[in-house]
Design a protein around this ligand. Structure first.
Ligand SMILES: C[S@@+](CC[C@H](N)C(=O)[O-])C[C@H]1O[C@@H](n2cnc3c(N)ncnc32)[C@H](O)[C@@H]1O
Length: 224
């Protein structure tokens, strides 16, 4: 009846990069996680051009909160003064101590990270004049079904399809499409053929584009 929440178990590479023991993968690029986020998710969804009042980003896999902070930073830099809406689904939340440690990799995000951690101490929401964020804790496959919103942009950021197939299941990707506004988009670092086919069958126009650094390709899509 009650959902049991298990925190993420981690090990650290060079004391800087969190690796999930369960999924046996790092949470972000060992080259530069922030650059990768900007390439894959911010540019991939063309957010500089598309942000407008009431814009809603949704994400599969909150992890360290890096994607949220990078998106929030861009929103502020572009001069928005209303709250960006951001919803993220996370089944195995990190402890705030681990999250805080991971985010120390980016001093330029320090002030936003401090605000994030402070607010998360009292629950899974963050409300400021420029951010209205909610982390929905539990298995995304179950939680998304009962989410009553549509996102303008989706960040599909599960671990790799090979290690974390749950976050790339057909039913979940169909549900992502159902929860995407008209003209909405998704982006993801993976270009796995079966993921692209599933997203295409779910109703997105899917494109394969240049990936980050050594990754040759990634995927973006537009809901027509
Ligand atoms: C690559 S990490 C996400 C990194 C993150 N976006 C960031 O900014 O740090 C993938 C995340 O998906 C989460 N995850 C894996 N399976 C899940 C599921 N079934 N439902 C929700 N979250 C899941 C993992 O716990 C992990 O935090």
């Amino acid at each position: 009846m009650c959902d049991q929440i298990k925190n993420a178990s981690l090990e650290w590479q060079d004391e800087r990069t969190p690796i999930s023991i369960k999924f046996d993968e790092p949470y972000f690029s060992i080259f530069n996680g922030l650059d990768e986020t900007r390439h894959v998710f911010l540019s991939g969804n063309n957010l500089c051009q598309r942000f407008n009042s009431g814009f809603h980003v949704a994400e599969l896999g909150f992890g360290t909160g890096l994607n949220l902070l990078a998106t929030w930073q861009l929103w502020i830099e572009l001069g928005h003064t209303t709250p960006l809406k951001f919803t993220s689904f996370e089944a195995f939340p990190m402890t705030l101590k681990d999250m805080s440690h991971a985010l120390k990799n980016w001093p330029e995000l320090n002030h936003l990270a401090t605000e994030l951690i402070q607010q998360l101490e009292s629950g899974w929401t963050i409300k400021t004049s420029t951010l209205d964020a909610r982390i929905i804790v539990g298995d995304a496959r179950k939680k998304l079904k009962t989410w009553n919103y549509q996102a303008d942009a989706w960040f599909l950021d599960g671990f790799s399809p090979a290690k974390n197939p749950e976050l790339w299941e057909i039913n979940l990707l169909n549900s992502v499409s159902d929860h995407t506004a008209a003209d909405g988009t998704f982006s993801t670092y993976t270009a796995a053929g079966f993921v692209r086919r599933r997203l295409s069958n779910a109703g997105f126009n899917v494109q394969r584009i240049k990936g980050y650094k050594r990754k040759r390709h990634m995927s973006i899509g537009h809901k027509s």
